[in-house]
Ligand binder design. Structure first.
Ligand code: NAD
Length: 396
């Protein structure tokens, strides 16, 4: 047991510690939201969430557990507490999820390690055999800066860069809290390939193949993974950039997996296009903090804003779940970004983006909300938590 008072250690978009009580409260709030949607009846839904400790993966796991009574295994890469150092937020979130699930009579267990590796896939497969028997829903929500390739041993680093020509645009300098110009040189071919190796679809394909080889995917199983399209302001750095190339690869492989799954077991693989939200992964993308600060301000005023749990509540209560039929666009994608891309929202973001500068950005965006949302990710500034009270950081 190591008890201490925890204050946030934040620089820019990096926070190096987390608060276990704040994280628990965050998870509890997400669970409460899903409970408010009303449980749907289902017999024995078995769920595997890869990347299930934060952001969209955590929200997916919570939604599937409390909507359907799903039994879940969560796979993630999170650091436990070590001496005086707190665990990561995802570690505390997962601890809280297991406690809350047990309290409500749901099964939840975790595998912590590198999801790209063969060892971790094997360990997860052993667990599935012992604890679930088969997988009805596989959610793949991994966001990672690097991948050690299990076959070649190569280390691939993903980068967030434009392709073909440099990008110059506006961003919030999170350290100085000013609107600054950002200039990013285009990626090299090797950087594009590396980003595709990390964030493309090869690893998801490997997961599906490993599960199929062991006959662990249930008949009529669902595989779902996430992507982003967004406002065209973000395209040079996202959709048309290195990460966009990786997502293109993911989309191609999802469609090929869909063909394989549907012909062999009546299963399906889907890509859901989600809204831009504040997560650890998205805060690191240039342009995104300013864009999301504006977007949230506009969508909050309109009453249409959604955080990850509201997005995933909608995904799994309206589109993907026992006896639900997903509404797909012409390219077979689920569009949870429909509200973000309404023409009046897109138009208002464009108008504000043209005007924004250091003097007016606090009026033209909800930057205070973005900062709070970022701190919340690590369990800080969560309402109702006494941050002067010492807490045990060593939860296992
Ligand atoms: P996140 O940073 O909140 O979560 C990433 C998850 O991946 C965590 O659970 C982490 O532990 C896990 N992880 C990272 N490396 C790992 C490894 N090597 N082995 C095992 N687990 C590992 O990310 P997020 O923003 O929720 O993104 C999840 C997905 O949603 C991504 O595909 C992302 O592109 C997509 N998406 C995000 C947004 C957004 O605005 N955040 C919008 C649309 C789509």
């Amino acid at each position: 047991m190591s008890v201490q008072v925890i204050k946030p250690r934040i620089r820019g978009f990096i926070c190096t510690n987390a608060h276990p009580v704040g994280c628990e409260k965050n998870v509890q709030e997400q669970v409460d939201y899903i409970k408010s949607l009303g449980a749907q009846n289902s017999d024995n839904l078995n769920v595997l969430v890869v990347g299930g400790s934060t952001g969209y993966g955590l929200a997916s796991r919570i939604a599937l557990t409390w909507l359907y009574g799903g039994k879940s295994i969560g796979v993630y890469y999170e650091r436990p507490a070590d001496g005086k150092r707190t665990a990561t937020a995802g570690f505390y979130n997962s601890y809280a999820l297991r406690q809350l699930a047990a309290k409500d009579g749901f099964f939840a267990s975790d595998v912590n390690g590198d999801a790209f590796s063969d060892d971790l896939k094997r360990e997860t497969i052993d667990r599935i055999k012992r604890e679930l028997g088969r997988v009805d829903v596989l959610v793949y929500s991994l966001a990672s800066p690097r991948r050690f390739h299990p076959r070649t041993g190569a280390e691939h680093q993903s980068v967030l860069k434009p392709i073909g020509e440099p990008y110059s645009g506006k961003t919030i300098d999170l350290n100085r809290e000013v609107i600054a110009d950002v200039h990013i040189e285009p990626a090299t071919d090797a950087e594009v390939e590396d980003t595709v190796a990390v964030m493309g679809g090869e690893d998801l394909e490997m997961w599906v193949e490993a599960l199929m080889e062991e006959n662990l995917l249930a008949k009529e199983c669902t595989v779902v993974t996430y992507t982003y399209i967004g406002h065209e302001l973000t395209w040079p750095i996202y959709r048309d950039g290195t990460i966009g190339k990786a997502k293109e690869d993911l989309e191609g492989r999802i469609n090929a997996l869909d063909v394989r799954l549907s012909s062999s077991m009546g299963g399906h693989a889907y890509l859901s296009v989600n809204k831009a939200v504040i997560t650890q992964a998205s805060s690191a993308i240039p342009v995104v903090p300013l864009y999301v600060s504006m977007l949230n301000d506009i969508m909050d005023a309109q009453g249409t804003n959604e955080d990850p749990i509201r997005q995933m509540g909608r995904l799994f209560s309206e589109h993907l779940g026992p006896s639900l039929t997903p509404a797909l666009d012409a390219d077979r994608r689920l569009r949870l970004d429909d509200r973000e891309l309404r023409s009046e929202i897109v138009g208002e973001v464009t108008r504000r983006w043209d005007e924004v500068n250091t003097e007016n950005f606090l009026d033209l965006s909800d930057y205070a909300g973005f900062k709070r949302g970022f701190r919340n990710l690590f369990g800080f500034e969560v309402a109702g938590v006494d941050y002067d009270a010492p807490v045990d950081i060593e939860l296992v």
